[in-house]
Design a protein around this ligand. Structure first.
Ligand code: URA
Length: 259
């Protein structure tokens, strides 16, 4: 079994690999930085959002805009800080114009998320919004139906307690959604106190490295969004938050705030 130090080293190696990723030719050509994720590399609690917005793309860190401030506030209300959790996204690159992630992009990027889940070994994974929830539940049920309902799921090689939540960006301007998000957040400490779910027998088998790409993957046409669920949150629109005037932080050569 890998030690926390070995898992952290491996996480850095996966980050390096993601930094050079060209699996999605469009995203690779339009991104400023790959936003791999940040936080405690050994966190019990992990959040998975949708995709970086403009501020995240510039800084290389997840949830640094208004939605991130709300996330920090909600964490503070349950006695936690960003340093104690790990925050990542379904896509590691900003979709141009903050459009929705395309299905093929989610598929291309999911190896990175799976490796993050394997290496960080969180007990509780909160999906933020529809994209992360549908991906990690492996089910098309929308967030309005499943938010606030925890369940144990085997994701990749590990069993985790999955807890879908509304996306903070969707709650920013909808007070009723914010109330629900806040209420769902209040259950997180209780979920963290539950025993670690029993792990599948294969959880300790050696991990398969992510395939290095020498050429972009074939990109099928994106699926039409006609007939999409009516409960879709307007998170992509809300990812286009006003950009900070100047980057308040010095450039972070690692682009990975690991604690
Ligand atoms: N919205 C997301 O889903 N992720 C971010 O990192 C920022 C906004």
């Amino acid at each position: 079994m890998a030690t926390p130090e070995q898992r952290r080293e491996e996480l850095l190696a996966v980050f390096e690999q993601a930094r050079g990723c060209t699996r999605c030719p469009q995203l690779a050509s339009t991104r400023t930085k790959v936003v791999f994720g940040a936080g405690d590399a050994d966190a019990d609690l992990m959040f998975v959002g949708e995709a970086p917005g403009a501020n995240e793309d510039r800084q290389g860190l997840p949830f640094v805009g208004q939605a991130g401030k709300l996330l920090d506030q909600l964490l503070g209300e349950i006695g936690l800080s960003r340093r104690e959790v790990f925050v990542a996204n379904t896509l590691k690159c900003q979709p141009p114009g903050n459009r929705d992630p395309h299905p093929v992009e989610i598929e291309n990027c999911q190896d990175y998320l799976m490796r993050q889940l394997e290496l960080i070994e969180p007990r509780v994974v909160c999906t933020l919004g529809n994209f992360a929830t549908k991906l990690l539940r492996g089910d098309p049920a929308g967030i309005t139906r499943v938010h606030g309902t925890d369940e144990v799921r085997v994701i990749g090689r590990r069993a985790v307690r999955l807890y879908p939540l509304f996306h903070p960006a969707a709650a920013l301007y909808t007070p009723r959604m914010l109330d629900v998000l806040r209420e769902d957040f209040r259950r997180i400490p209780e979920l963290l106190a539950l025993p670690v779910p029993p792990q599948p027998a294969f959880a300790d088998e050696p991990m398969v490295p992510i395939e290095s790409e020498t050429a972009p993957r074939a990109v099928p046409a994106p699926e039409s969004s006609a007939g999409a669920e009516p409960d879709r949150e307007p998170t992509s629109e809300l990812r286009s938050e006003p950009q900070a005037e100047a980057d308040p932080q010095p450039p972070n050569p690692e682009q990975l705030g690991l604690f």
